[in-house]
Design a protein around this ligand. Structure first.
Ligand SMILES: Cc1cc2nc3c(=O)[nH]c(=O)nc-3n(C[C@H](O)[C@H](O)[C@H](O)COP(=O)(O)OP(=O)(O)OC[C@H]3O[C@@H](n4cnc5c(N)ncnc54)[C@H](O)[C@@H]3O)c2cc1C
Length: 452
């Protein structure tokens, strides 16, 4: 058997090596538990690497107060060691390496190229996972399992109930992210400054120096007039009225978050295949458009497309508490809060209409009051029906709108850290995660630098 250098029995197994799974595994191992992290790809990071998602959306309040620290800060420091981060934007290749080294330094056993098929459940409690690779099927047992697959694969196979989609029945649209090089960002920003009515952001005052600004991390959304002109001429057929890109750490490189493919169930291969094909077609058309129409992009070239279409949302496992837009608007605080955030509800139309000039997708109409924040309860990580199982990351218990706020990467890191700590502590305390003393959990999270 290929895996025979690993023992098949673990204290904690984490399924899925995205930001949430990485945080969970590292935290569990740091607390002394024998931890296995299983990932289907040959590298860690999930959407942050395979999906080319960038930047880290804000983990601060509107007045600049930091709301997330702990593991997330450790990750940023690690990226910094490799020169892979600039402000909120990071390099996806450095992320792959930083993630792997953090896991190994903490003593996590890594199992890559392995697909978690299903949970092993005995008497309502999870006992391990069946994992598939090229050689067949292997079973790993564990006292606690954390589902960080993003899609709740483990929880659903164990029999946990879940919600998916929103009022229109669809989950959020998917996006093929792609990087472009050869951009003269100073020229691009000079144009942005000269046409403030054609952009949602940034709004650049007359005293802004585009050359100076081009050295900073910058997000640009707009070009309404150029998109409309190209569409009239039959040279633009993407959904939406605007394009959106963000600068990368290296000069002359930007990442586009503009394509949209709707009506995609990210748990179905047929839908994902359609989304990959359509996403790459849109990305390719967009590269042509920006070269021909956007000042500063004349010499731009495609650097890379994401290895997978970006799936924002699939299953949301129903837990002890369902996080909703009311939590965001009312800036609710909870006795078992494992993370704080002030990011708005950010839901992309499930039909894939793209960003339109009038809607609020990029700024989000649903926000906590200025300077305030909301909190995410530990209960969102505890599925209703199954014992010894926790969920972390984008499959936690939430409504579609609630999910739209807490799905961002810094928050996934905080939720992962909490799940890892809870799994480890519940073993030490000999209680199920459901019955864990949350005050103990919060104490340990604070000791690890978490802002809870
Ligand atoms: C297009 C797009 C743009 C976004 N923009 C931003 C942004 O600008 N800023 C921001 O902060 N957030 C953004 N987000 C949200 C954020 O990227 C994700 O919500 C977050 O990265 C999710 O992390 P995760 O660890 O929960 O899940 P994922 O990153 O999805 O990780 C899950 C991991 O599990 C693995 N896996 C899944 N199933 C299995 C299985 N059965 N067996 C083994 N392995 C499995 C996957 O390969 C993956 O590595 C965006 C998301 C998308 C899709």
């Amino acid at each position: 058997m290929i895996h025979n250098h690993y023992h098949g029995t673990y204290d904690v197994i984490v399924a899925g090596g995205g930001i949430a799974g990485l945080a969970a595994a590292v935290t569990s191992a740091r607390l002394g538990k024998k931890t296995l992290l299983i990932e289907r790809y040959g590298f860690l990071g999930g959407l942050a690497t395979a999906g080319l998602v960038n930047p880290f959306m804000t983990h601060r309040s509107s007045t600049g107060q930091p709301l997330i620290s702990g593991f997330f800060d450790n990750l940023c420091s690690r990226l910094e060691e490799f020169g892979g981060i600039k402000g909120s934007t990071f390099d996806s290749e450095s992320m792959k390496f930083a993630a792997q080294e953090m896991a190994l330094d903490a003593g996590v056993h890594l199992l890559l190229h392995s697909w978690v098929k299903e949970a092993v459940v005995v008497d309502g409690a999870i006992r391990g996972l069946r994992v598939v690779d090229k050689s067949g099927e292997v079973e790993y047992s564990a006292d606690r399992v954390i589902d960080a697959t993003g899609d709740g694969d483990v929880a659903v196979s164990a029999g946990a109930s879940y919600q998916s989609g929103g009022e229109d029945g669809y989950p959020q649209a998917t996006t093929m992210m792609f990087d472009v090089g050869g951009v003269d960002l100073a020229e691009a920003l000079a144009y942005v400054k000269s046409r403030p009515d054609q952009f949602r952001f940034p709004v650049l005052s007359p005293d802004v120096d585009p050359v100076k600004l081009s050295k900073e991390v910058i997000s640009v959304a707009g070009y309404y007039d150029l998109v409309a002109r190209a569409r009239e001429r039959g040279e633009y057929s993407l959904p939406g009225d605007l394009i959106f890109y963000i600068s990368r750490p290296r000069p002359g490189e930007v990442v586009f978050n503009t394509t949209h493919v709707g009506m995609v169930d990210g748990t179905k291969s047929q839908d994902l295949t359609r989304a990959e094909i359509e996403g790459r077609r849109q990305a390719s058309a967009l590269v042509k458009f920006v070269r021909n129409y956007i000042p500063g992009f004349k010499n731009a070239y495609l650097l890379r497309m994401a290895a997978q279409i970006g799936v924002r949302e699939t299953r949301r496992i129903i837990g002890e508490y369902i996080f909703s837009a009311d939590d965001v608007i009312e800036a609710r605080k909870h006795h078992d809060a494992i993370a704080r955030l002030a990011y708005p509800v950010d839901v992309h139309s499930g039909k894939g209409e793209g960003y339109t000039r009038d809607e609020e997708q990029l700024t989000g109409p649903v926000v906590p009051p200025p300077g305030d924040w909301y909190e995410i309860p530990y209960r969102c990580l505890v599925p209703l029906e199954i014992e010894n199982l926790l969920v972390a990351g984008r499959c936690v218990s939430s409504t579609q709108a609630g999910h739209g706020a807490i799905r961002i990467m810094p928050c996934c890191a905080a939720m992962g850290q909490a799940a890892g700590a809870a799994a480890a502590l519940s073993i030490t305390q000999n209680v199920t995660p459901r019955n864990l003393d949350v005050n103990l959990l919060l104490k340990v999270l604070r000791e690890q630098g978490a802002l809870v």
